[in-house]
Design a binder for this molecule. Structure first.
Ligand SMILES: [Zn+2]
Length: 328
């Protein structure tokens, strides 16, 4: 019997999740709010500590993990040849945001994780999510597909001709910072005005309407004209961004996840699809838009997929063992 054990980390601006799994499926998942005080290595230390706790609670020796897959918010940079996080939502020295109680310029993630684990693979969360969707979700057998998250941030994972695109620092797919409307005064955490994330990120569209995001969507769903116009305009911006991607990459399938889409995708999908279909039919005819099949766990399952033995996949596909876990 295969006794291999693997670990996974999902590192976000709001929370960190850790998971361990064996050939039969995930054993346990825990999450905690992302630490933002102390030394810059605190995030890596927190991730290790959470992973160790998951192991102990699952009755596993932490040293027994053969490999750890990591899905992380970006962008990535390098410190001494190893991946580090330069995330504006965590690094106070990067964004200058008054609500971040640190002056971190970059978080030495890979160096800290390598103090305990030799075999690790770190990818941007949307790249990991696409790996998960291609292995177990809605993109199985699809060689030209894009994973899209619409949440507090906007990001893409790109697959062309069966290859996940990474780029020089692993940052391919940071489409939230594509410039869409330079005349706009909508400000992104990265400093851009009028980039996609500034225009449509969950928190941003609520703030501009003077409402919390849930209140804005509730008003839109109830038929409030101004709220509905704001939400539909956001969906149209996303549709234009996906049109741009479809004509650049010759994409067949967009899989969309993230909290905004999980809650509201069913009525926003036709607006996004219309923008994709409206131009260049030679390139856009038949391009599909579907909800991410792994739901709230797509990045977590993606992180496991990065380091999972191929021999596990048929059994996981049959039994879908992640369904017993709750995402957050
Ligand atoms: Zn930006």
């Amino acid at each position: 019997m295969d006794k291999t054990l693997i670990g996974a980390l999902d590192i976000g601006g709001t929370k960190i999740a850790a998971m361990v799994a064996n050939a039969d499926g995930p054993l346990l998942r825990l999450s905690a709010p992302t630490i933002k005080i102390g030394a810059a290595r605190a995030v890596g230390d927190q991730a290790l500590s959470l992973l160790n706790t998951v192991c102990v609670q699952a009755g596993i020796e932490p040293g027994a993990l053969a490999a750890v897959g990591v899905a992380s918010c970006g962008p990535f940079t390098e410190i001494d040849g190893m991946l580090a996080l330069a995330t504006p939502n965590i690094c106070g020295g990067k964004s200058g945001r008054a609500d971040l109680p640190n002056d971190w310029e970059a978080i030495p993630l890979e160096a800290v994780l390598r103090e305990q684990f030799q075999t690790i693979q770190i990818e941007i969360d949307c790249v990991a999510a696409l790996a998960g969707e291609r292995a177990f979700g809605g993109a199985q057998g699809e060689s030209n597909c894009v994973y899209v998250t619409w949440s507090t941030g906007i990001g893409f994972g790109l697959c062309v001709d069966g290859h996940l695109l990474r780029g020089k620092h692993g940052n391919a797919g940071h489409g939230g910072h594509m410039l869409m409307d330079p005349q706009s005064d909508a400000l992104c955490g990265c400093g851009n005005r009028g980039d996609l994330e500034a225009l449509i990120a969950g928190r941003a569209i609520g703030q501009r309407a003077g409402l919390s995001t849930p209140a804005l969507f509730a008003a839109a769903a109830a038929g409030d004209h101004a709220a509905r116009a704001a939400v539909e305009a956001a969906a149209a911006w996303l549709g234009r961004a996906l049109y741009n991607l479809a004509v650049i990459l010759d994409t067949r399938l967009f899989l969309i996840g993230g909290s905004v889409w999980l809650h509201h995708g069913s009525w926003l999908a036709p607006i996004v699809q219309r923008e994709i279909d409206a131009r260049m039919p030679a390139l856009t005819h038949g391009v599909l838009l579907q909800p991410a099949a792994l739901g709230a766990l797509t990045a977590d399952i993606g992180a496991l997929t990065l380091v999972m033995p191929d021999s596990w996949r048929p059994h996981w596909n049959r039994t879908q063992p992640w369904r017993a876990l709750a995402g957050d």
